[in-house]
Write a protein that binds this ligand. Structure first.
Ligand SMILES: NC(=O)c1ccc[n+]([C@@H]2O[C@H](COP(=O)([O-])OP(=O)(O)OC[C@H]3O[C@@H](n4cnc5c(N)ncnc54)[C@H](O)[C@@H]3O)[C@@H](O)[C@H]2O)c1
Length: 249
């Protein structure tokens, strides 16, 4: 993927940690200028990345701050070619006891945040003849992971939002797709790997026999944000070692 994003610039939300940070490293390696937009630690993460990386603080649910930050990116890099919506949260509770506040915040960050950032990016992209939006969904958008009703719902909505943006903005040159990772080793999922029973569930459900690493997402994400995927529109690409393909008996 060396050079696949040469001369491109854009934003990765949730870029200070986990998948977002790993993709930022990979995008830089592919030649891009990258801005990290995150609630916490964005400046430190940008410093760690080095090069032209820019750290921007803010909440994806704050439309005013998002618009301001994305304008800063355009000013700094002189272009705005891609947006990766990786900021996300997950809450675990049995359905009957799921706190409504946690439901609301999950939908707000994972769905409304993706909407707000995509809308702000789309305005800049349309003015410049196009761009790529990549949403980070999940296998949870397709499968009912136990005790994650808000999270599962939010990721199903991300797939629907991906199709909506793709269908509406195709004529403006904006491409919108999604990746749906299986379980990936990051701070968000760290607890899973400490639990021997959960480790077995994860490997047992994955035909490839292992859970994922952030590096497994780099190639698919770069492809979907590069000119190599120009005719791919509104798709959700499962990057899950075969988990979704193998569901059933
Ligand atoms: N790790 C997995 O197994 C896995 C699997 C499938 C999908 N995902 C999705 O990938 C994305 C990234 O997850 P991760 O594992 O890297 O988690 P993570 O917790 O390591 O990183 C998430 C980042 O998003 C930021 N963030 C959270 N709320 C925010 C907000 N309101 N505004 C701005 N930034 C905010 C956090 O500060 C954090 O830096 C999420 O959307 C998650 O649902 C993760």
């Amino acid at each position: 993927m060396t050079g696949a994003l040469a001369g491109k610039a854009g934003v990765i939300t949730g870029g200070a940690s986990g998948i977002g940070y790993g993709l930022a490293e990979a995008f830089q390696g592919a030649g891009a200028d990258v801005a990290l937009f995150d609630l916490v630690d964005s400046a430190a993460a940008a410093e760690r990345l080095g090069g032209s990386a820019l750290g921007l603080g803010g909440d994806v649910t704050d439309d005013v701050r998002v618009a301001e930050a994305f304008s800063e990116v355009l000013e700094r890099f002189g272009r705005f070619d891609f947006l990766v919506n990786s900021a996300g949260i997950r809450y675990q509770a049995p359905f009957a006891e799921h706190p409504i506040d946690a439901w609301r915040r999950t939908i707000d960050v994972n769905v409304t945040g993706t909407f707000i950032c995509s809308q702000a990016a789309a305005k800049l992209m349309i003015d410049r003849g196009g761009g790529k939006i990549l949403n980070v969904g999940s296998i949870a958008g397709q499968l009912a992971l136990t005790e994650r009703s808000a999270y599962n719902t939010s990721k199903g909505a991300v797939a629907a939002l991906t199709r909506s943006i793709a269908a509406e903005l195709a004529g403006s040159g904006v491409r919108c797709n999604s990746i749906a990772p299986g379980v990936i080793e990051t701070p968000l999922s760290a607890r899973y790997f400490e639990d021997p029973e959960m480790r077995e569930v994860l490997t047992g459900n994955t035909p490839q026999g292992r859970w994922g690493q952030v590096s497994d997402l780099a190639g698919p994400a770069i492809f979907l944000c590069s000119d190599a995927s120009e005719y791919v529109q509104g798709e959700t690409l499962f990057v899950d070692g075969g988990w979704n393909a193998a569901k059933g008996y």
